[in-house]
Design a protein around this ligand. Structure first.
Ligand code: IMP
Ligand code: MG
Length: 182
């Protein structure tokens, strides 16, 4: 068992998350039953764990690609600027595309990446996230499906990081970096 003094509360364990991911995969299998193929586009690095588990349960022919994006901050707040550092490689024109990330917070990351992908004329474009901090939304974007609506707290685990660590934790926890020694 992982022990870290900055963990305030474990919100969901691995079994609960895996069960919900299986439900999301079922939603995809139902809604894309007539689709020739799906292109999953993950936002690195946070989407990695979620996307890996999700696509293994999808029964439609699928392709996977990634974008790397960087947001710019003035102090601790996002300035509203987002730069795509690495773009997708696969051609998505006239394809069914699902954009996947770990969490929707202000929404800037996914709103800007969605708008960027739209310019490539996909046949359809949906957004799926494992977690959703609905109360924090500042940009006009909603997930078509999300795993769990979570409170306005800093979370780590299951792909979510603090200073690039703890993405590998097999649960998601509220994390307070000031709470203890690291
Ligand atoms: P947004 O662009 O404000 O919606 O934030 C999305 C990005 O911020 C996600 O891809 C995460 O990398 C990061 N993020 C947002 N909330 C959290 C959190 O609670 N823990 C860790 N990373 C987070
Ligand atoms: Mg991220």
């Amino acid at each position: 068992m992982i022990s870290n003094s900055c963990i305030t509360k474990i919100l969901y364990n691995r079994e609960e998350i895996k069960f919900r991911i299986a439900e999301i995969a079922e939603w995809i299998n139902r809604n894309y039953a007539n689709s020739k193929e799906i292109v999953f586009i993950g936002v690195l690095k946070g989407s990695l764990i979620f996307l890996t588990e999700l696509i293994q349960k999808v029964k439609i022919d699928s392709m996977i690609d990634f974008v790397i994006a960087k947001s710019y901050f003035g102090g601790t707040e996002s300035t509203g600027e987002l730069k795509i550092i690495t773009d997708i490689d696969i051609k998505i024109e006239n394809k069914d595309v699902i954009l996947v990330d770990d969490i929707l917070d202000s929404g800037i990351t996914l709103a800007k990446i969605r708008d960027h992908l739209k310019l490539k004329s996909p046949k359809s474009l949906k957004v799926i996230t494992l977690f959703d901090k609905k109360s924090k939304r500042k940009y006009d974007i909603d997930a078509d499906v999300s795993g769990f609506e979570v409170p306005d707290a800093f979370l780590v685990g299951y792909g979510l990081d603090y200073q690039d660590k703890y993405r590998n934790w097999p649960f998601v926890a509220i994390f307070d970096p000031n709470k203890g020694e690291k």
